[in-house]
Design a protein around this ligand. Structure first.
Ligand code: FO1
Length: 317
């Protein structure tokens, strides 16, 4: 293979799992993972970047598989002390995880970009996969509810995804510049595939697609655009995607996700349990592939990654 390049658009848990699978296919530094930053927020004076961190920890094998976020082998003594002093303890920061937030806050304060800092961390972890934020500029997802707008982490963690969702705003999106390496790779003649990982379409993928120039650049890119459904048999593997779809008046189906991404897609991968929706996906002009999209083991992650790349190849020809 030439130095074909692959871009994976990733949010939290689901995206990070597929990113890890892709990173194990000997793609070396030809894999670029672009992480959502809409979940980021300032908390206790720290800049927290959950989706960048989920992808960093997953790629480095440091992630907590049970919680789906943060690090394995974690301690919570900081949180205990914080609680004892009456500090805000609704957002759990592990003792090891805290180091990343403190260093990031320090780096940003001295003028480093989020990309610079992320590169410093991934190289300190000897990662060959390139991981970049979708932008270096601040973008903050606001969740609209009947009782007003909620900052994303207030919706997702503090309020446990209970509020009814009526829509989303991505504060800062109009002026945020897409990350340089991301846009350069989209324009790269050797680009082999653009993968929309099985992350939440609304709060993980849409912020990336909403950056100015990104949709246009993806449409003119030489590579096929493949999405993996985050919905399996009407449910999200993890997180509020299915609940959001129901509240937005959409069916909570893989097909509805394909329709959401619409004419951006060349291919869409559904799980075996949703094989009956493949024909309707095809009728949208999107090539369907039925595969095993639920990733429990490391082998599942690698298998799906291989399927995605083979499918992209078949969509290209
Ligand atoms: N998610 C939770 O449900 N509860 C938490 O206390 C929590 C803490 C946390 C700390 C650091 C971090 O990087 C992620 C954390 N998450 C937590 C997950 C986070 O809210 C989500 O990963 C994303 O924002 C959505 O994918």
């Amino acid at each position: 293979m030439g130095d074909h390049k692959i871009i994976a658009l990733s949010g939290g848990v689901g995206g990070a799992k597929l990113a890890l699978g892709l990173s194990r296919l000997d793609l070396g530094d030809r894999l670029l993972v672009v992480a959502n930053v809409g979940d980021d927020f300032e908390h206790l004076g720290l800049t927290i970047c959950p989706d960048l961190d989920s992808n960093t920890y997953a790629l480095a094998g440091l992630n907590d598989e049970v919680k789906g976020w943060g690090r394995a082998d974690e301690g919570w003594r900081f949180m205990e002390a914080l609680g004892e002093f009456g500090g805000e303890n609704w957002f759990n920061l592990g003792d090891r995880d805290l180091a990343l937030h403190v260093l990031r806050t320090q780096a940003l304060a001295k003028g480093d970009s989020l990309s610079d800092f992320t590169r410093a961390i991934t190289s300190s972890l000897d990662l060959t996969t390139h991981l970049v934020p979708m932008t270096n500029d601040p973008v903050r997802t606001m969740v609209q509810t009947p009782d007003g707008a909620l900052a994303f982490q207030h919706y997702f963690v503090r309020d446990r995804c209970e509020p009814v969702v009526t829509g989303f705003d991505f504060n800062g999106i109009a002026t945020a510049k897409p990350q340089r390496e991301f846009m350069a790779t989209l324009a790269d003649a050797d680009l082999q595939a653009i993968i929309i990982t099985p992350s939440n379409p609304f709060v993980s993928i849409d912020p990336i697609l909403s950056l100015s120039g990104v949709r246009e650049a993806m449409k003119v890119a030489d590579a096929p655009i493949i999405a993996v459904s985050p919905i399996v048999a009407g449910m999200a593997i993890k997180g509020p995607a299915a609940k959001m779809m129901a509240e937005l008046g959409m069916p909570s189906t893989a097909l509805a996700v394909a329709e959401h991404y619409g004419d951006l897609l060349d291919g869409f991968i559904l799980d075996h349990s949703d094989a009956d929706q493949a024909d309707t996906v095809a009728a949208l002009g999107i090539k369907p592939l039925v595969s095993k999209t639920v990733m429990q083991s490391l082998a599942d992650r690698e298998e799906l990654a291989r399927d995605v790349l083979a499918f992209a190849e078949s969509c290209r020809s």
